[in-house]
Design a protein around this ligand. Sequence first.
Ligand code: ATP
Length: 319
Amino acid sequence: MKKIGVLTSGGDAPGMNAAIRAVVRKGIYHGMEVYGIYNGYQGLMEGKIEKMELGSVGGIIQRGGTTLFSARSEAFKTEEGQARAIEQLNKFGIEGLIVIGGDGSFQGAAKLTAKGFPCIGVPGTIDNDIPGTDFTIGFDTALNTIIEAVDKIRDTATSHERTYVIEVMGRDAGDLALWAGLANGAESVIIPEKDEQFEDVLERLKRGSARGKKHSIIILAEGVGSAIDYGKRIEESTDFETRVTVLGHIQRGGRPTGFDRVLASRLAGKAVDLLREGEAGKMVGIQNNQLVHHDIIDVLKKPHKLDMSLYQLMSELSI
Ligand code: ATP
């Protein structure tokens, strides 16, 4: 394979630039031409394609977001949209495509592969909700952003003896909330994977207060519902002064952590290797610190599993 393309799709995630850089540099290292496709599948259909050089990806490893930009495209979901995309790839002589994104983006990659165009998926999303990999690119950076924000909120929570409900991202997955809960020493985490009894949450708040705790932090995953509603329920059921913070899109931005930069470089490098070996329709991942690959179709059929031993540990540490 002599010409490959790379695009980013779906929600952006810190570390995507490190992945783009690795595709371009590793491709060129192995004598390939690498083409950057702008604005995800939408840009692919529109032919927003540019040949990348070594210098095209200089100075981006430390930047959040994606320098190839991202987009959501309804038009690409149609047969006609996918045919247009393949037409553009053929026009540039591109023989294989690396898609950096989440599960929606992988649906697109699977469709192109089924139509005979080889694609490899690289999991890039802060949500960590992709089966077949222990970590996705961006999760660690988003987690660290949350940790820093909650540390700050904890200062004011302590000063005013308040209870805080903090809503974090993660779509339908509780990974960010659970890891942040553990790392921030929260009283409770409310996640979609676990039916947390409201009475238990209240009980824990009361126990903490009785032993002189000056603050309480509850971390709620967006997949469960609204932190504002949850905060109201607590205020209505107790006499704890309660505040709510929805962290929002700050979780998606920022310089990628060292972990995410290395992860992105490893996964993207592996994706280039798979194309060189003639593989198609695979997703790269990391499991037990080993690079792995799986059929995208299989990955898309499986539910994401959260490590519930972390939940148990969290419960034991927040008595
Ligand atoms: P994240 O979860 O981080 O937001 P994602 O990749 O899941 O990332 P989506 O918006 O679901 O984000 O998907 C990105 C794009 O992938 C869509 O806008 C669309 O162009 C394409 N896509 C999604 N689902 C399909 C599908 N079933 N068939 C073809 N293309 C799809």
